[in-house]
Design a protein around this ligand. Structure first.
Ligand SMILES: C[S@@+](CC[C@H](N)C(=O)[O-])C[C@H]1O[C@@H](n2cnc3c(N)ncnc32)[C@H](O)[C@@H]1O
Length: 235
């Protein structure tokens, strides 16, 4: 089975318990990570924002709340059960948010070139089969002057690594197994976190893809970071 299909199926199996496991496994710090991301997006005052790998839609909802009605927010993902969860949450909110959810693969986005002011990707870039192609697609849809914001796990500060990797390898699958009933999914996720490049590595990849003014902000002992990069005219 192609890797992308396996990833989509794996998220499909945990979709219903995804939010709960996120909040429990991060001790609730994930709310703060997503809030920080959204505040950074707000500073760039975008008119159209696309949240890729939107999953159950939490970043898309937070963007809509923070940016208000003058900003159009779209959440896209290639896992239908995750999108169903996002839509179920949307319809249960009062007032019903104006966010639109839809199916899309980051590696082949159904969006016009130069059409979007900001792109967010929270905890999704790590799962891409071909990261440079994904970054290229994002650069294509951004208008010149538009920004990409990536919230993603990263390699923590060196002294913390032994504790963290032990947690990812031995503790996370057990806890996640209790919460979601799918310890295998969290074996995979823990593995992708450990294999993901450090902050400087992703900065370099973004520059190589054509982004400029690339910055990385470490948070929570470097466990996660926000990377930001700009599309410049003519690149
Ligand atoms: C860990 S979840 C993150 C969800 C959400 N952004 C959040 O912050 O909770 C990763 C999501 O990335 C999606 N994903 C992975 N690869 C993708 C791709 N190539 N195209 C679109 N979505 C993808 C998965 O389906 C999954 O919903």
């Amino acid at each position: 089975m192609p890797e992308a299909e396996a990833v989509s199926r794996m998220f499909g199996r945990i979709a219903k318990r995804y939010d709960l496991s996120n909040h429990l496994l991060s001790w609730g710090i994930d709310f703060w990570w997503r809030r920080t991301l959204v505040e950074k997006v707000k500073r760039t005052q975008p008119g159209i924002v696309v949240d890729l790998a939107t999953g159950s839609g939490d970043v898309a909802f937070a963007l809509e709340r923070k940016l208000g009605v003058q900003t159009e927010v779209q959440g896209l993902d290639f896992c239908q059960p995750m999108l169903d969860e996002a839509e179920r949450k949307r319809l249960n909110r009062k007032p019903v948010p104006g966010v639109h959810f839809g199916w899309a693969d980051i590696l082949d986005l159904p969006l016009a070139s130069d059409s979007v002011d900001a792109v967010t990707v929270a905890f999704g870039i790590r799962n891409l089969e071909n990261r440079s192609r994904g970054l290229g697609e994002i650069l294509r849809i951004l208008r010149p002057g538009g920004n990409l914001f990536i919230l993603e796990f990263s390699q923590p500060y060196r002294w913390f690594c032994p504790f963290y990797y032990t947690y990812l390898k031995y503790v996370l699958p057990i806890l996640a197994g209790w919460i979601t009933g799918r310890p295998d999914a969290y074996n995979y996720l823990g593995g992708t976190i450990m294999k993901f490049p450090p902050r400087e590595g992703l900065v370099l990849e973004m520059r190589e893809a054509g982004f400029r003014d690339v910055l990385a902000l470490p948070m929570t002992l470097g466990i996660v970071s926000i990377h930001q990069g700009k599309k410049v005219a003519g690149e």
